[in-house]
Design a protein around this ligand. Structure first.
Ligand code: HEC
Length: 102
C-alpha cells in the first residue's frame, strides 16, 4: 500500500512538472511582451529578427538607431549565409520598429 501512495505522489508530481514547463515554454514562444504582436508587420519582424537571437523589444532604440542597426544586421545575415531581406520584409519590419521605437 505504501508503494501505491508513492506512485500516486510521483504521478502528481510529474503532471505538475509537465504543466509548469508547458507554461514556461508557451510564454517564451508567444511574443506577448511585444506591442501589437499579432499584426502582420510584427510577425515579419518576429520571424526575421528572431532567427538568430531573441526578438529585441522595439522600445530598446529610437527609430533612427533601428535604421542603422538593421543595416548592421544585414551584414550579420550575409556572414551567416542567411537570405537577404526582401524589400517587402524590410518595409514591414521597419514600419513596425518605427511605430514602436522609443
Ligand atoms: C543572421 C543572424 C541575425 C539576424 C537574422 C539578425 N541578427 Fe541581430 N544580431 C546578430 C548577432 C550575431 C548579434 C551580436 C553581434 C552584434 O552585435 O553584431 C546581433 C545583435 C543584435 C542586437 C544587439 C546589438 C547591441 O549592440 O546590443 C540587436 C538589437 C539586434 N541584433 C537586432 C536585430 C534586428 C532588429 C534584426 C532584424 C532586422 C536582427 N537583429 C536580425 C545576428 C542576427
Amino acid at each position: 500500500m505504501k508503494k501505491l501512495k508513492l506512485f500516486k505522489t510521483l504521478f502528481l508530481f510529474l503532471i505538475l512538472a509537465g504543466l509548469l514547463t508547458a507554461c514556461a515554454y508557451d510564454s517564451k514562444n508567444s511574443h506577448a511582451y511585444l506591442p501589437d504582436a499579432k499584426t502582420e508587420n510584427a510577425l515579419v519582424y518576429i520571424e526575421q529578427c528572431g532567427a538568430c537571437h531573441a526578438v529585441p523589444h522595439p522600445q530598446r532604440l529610437s527609430a533612427a538607431a533601428w535604421k542603422d542597426l538593421v543595416v548592421v544586421m544585414d551584414a550579420r545575415r550575409e556572414e551567416r549565409d542567411h537570405e537577404p531581406l526582401t524589400e517587402a520584409q524590410r518595409n514591414k519590419l521597419m514600419a513596425y520598429l518605427a511605430e514602436h521605437a522609443r
